[in-house]
Structure formats: structure tokens, C-alpha cells
Design a protein around this ligand. Structure first.
Ligand SMILES: [Ca+2]
Length: 247
């Protein structure tokens, strides 16, 4: 069975010896990847894997919405950087799925959006309903939910999308009592993959184990930085906004 320039012709099968070599190479690479992961875990502490899990659940908002009164939403922001958006939406109900960086089951949900092509704004909260949000105070609303303007003129007006949504493609649909959310968050997807290499482009990783800070004095014990910081990684939406860990 002929092999030309290392490539098989159509209908030909790989020689058994070469197949074994390829499988062995793949196993070596897989093993190397696992060893690298274990090494990073040992050197970075549990925070490394926890950050990877946290990054993973932020890559998309996806789930179903329900409301006890009729609502309507049909809204989309076009990727990659929110230059155009169309639609309108007003939903005050509940959400089940992956949203705001966490798994949610029937959590309060609020969405209020308008998109006029080159201008629009969006408010969305996974965790709070309309009655719990300061809808007339943009500054407070931005703290307690996701609120930003999009479209060419919306971006000029601000406020801008935060880093967890600045490259994303939100889709919302809700007709009557049921709907759906599908919002890939591309900046978070990049953050997830780069995170395995300890590159944190969204600045949302929590601190890991680090050497003790200042040398002990007067017999006092040094406090590990990871303990002193008490790092927390709040949800990107529907809860306190992200705070970057201090080095
Ligand atoms: Ca990250």
C-alpha cells in the first residue's frame, strides 16, 4: 500500500506501524498538557483551576426566560464591537441557564433594550428584577446590573460595555410568557483560552498562593498574601461588579 510524500492516497489505510507512531505522539502531547496543568496547579495553588472554571462559565449567556405577565423582546447586538444593534425588549421575569457567569435556576431576570442601528442601550440583570434595580440612576444601575450603550453614536455617548461584554453578540427573544437568551461573549472566550497560559486579559482572575509578605516582626507570623487578600470573583452581571485582585 503506497505512501507518497508521507500522504495517503484516497481509499488507502494508514500502515499499522505509522498509526502506532501517531497515537504514541498524541499520547505524549496529551500527557505533556496534563503535566503542565498539574505543574501550574502546584505552583499557583487551587486558584489556578478555580479561575479556569470561573472563566469557563463566563463564555456565554444561554438559557430560557419566563414571565408571569406578557413581555416582548427581539434584540440583537452585532459583533464584534457593538457598532450596530437592532430591536427592542422589555422583560421582567425569571431566567434559567448559564447567565452572568454562573448557573442559574429560576433567578430574577430583567432586560430592557433598544437598538436603533447606530444608537442603543441595554440593561440586563441575572439576579435582580425591575423592582430591585435603580432604573432611574445610570451610575447605580451600572453598579448593580449590566448597563451600557452601543452603536456608533451610543459608544461615543457611553457608558461603554464592560470588559466582559465589550466583544460579544447578545441575542434576546421573548414573546408572551417565554423566551430565550443566547449571548456569546467573545472577549471571555479569549480570556478562557489564554487563562490556561496564565494570561488574564479581562483582569478577573483571583490571586493564588504567593510567598509570605513582609518578614515577621516581634514574633508575629507572616500572613500569606492569598489569605490576606481574601480574593473574591463576583458575577459579571446581576451582582457586584468584578474587582481586580491586587498583586
Ligand atoms: Ca480570566
Amino acid at each position: 500500500m503506497a505512501v507518497t510524500n508521507g500522504q495517503l492516497r484516497r481509499g488507502e489505510t494508514q500502515p499499522p506501524g505509522r498509526k502506532v507512531q501517531v497515537e504514541a505522539l498524541m499520547m505524549k502531547r496529551t500527557l505533556a498538557a496534563w503535566l503542565l496543568t498539574v505543574l501550574l496547579c502546584l505552583t499557583q495553588g487551587c486558584a489556578y483551576l478555580q479561575n479556569r472554571v470561573n472563566d469557563a462559565v463566563e463564555v456565554i449567556d444561554i438559557g430560557v426566560t419566563v414571565s408571569d405577565s406578557p413581555c416582548l423582546s427581539g434584540f440583537v447586538i452585532f459583533p464584534p464591537i457593538h457598532l450596530t444593534l437592532v430591536g427592542i425588549g422589555m422583560v421582567d421575569g425569571w431566567f434559567t441557564g448559564l447567565g452572568g457567569g454562573r448557573l442559574q435556576a429560576f433567578c430574577p431576570y430583567y432586560q430592557n433594550s433598544i437598538g436603533l442601528g447606530v444608537w442603543g442601550e441595554e440593561t440586563v440583570s441575572f439576579g435582580k428584577s425591575a423592582k430591585d434595580l435603580p432604573l432611574n440612576n445610570e451610575e447605580e444601575l451600572r453598579k448593580q446590573a449590566t448597563f451600557y450603550r452601543s452603536g456608533l453614536f451610543g459608544l461615543m455617548q457611553g457608558p461603554l460595555p464592560t470588559e466582559d461584554y465589550w466583544i460579544s453578540c447578545p441575542h434576546y427573544v421573548h414573546i408572551g410568557f417565554v423566551g430565550a437568551v443566547f449571548s456569546p461573549r467573545y472577549s471571555e472566550i479569549a480570556d478562557f483560552f489564554l487563562g490556561w497560559l496564565l494570561i488574564d486579559i479581562n483582569g478577573d482572575d483571583v490571586a493564588g498562593e504567593t510567598p509570605a509578605v513582609a518578614p515577621p516582626s516581634s514574633g508575629a507570623k507572616a500572613v500569606p498574601a492569598s489569605v490576606a487578600l481574601q480574593p473574591a470573583r463576583p458575577s459579571a452581571v446581576g451582582g457586584p461588579k468584578s474587582t481586580r485582585p491586587q498583586p
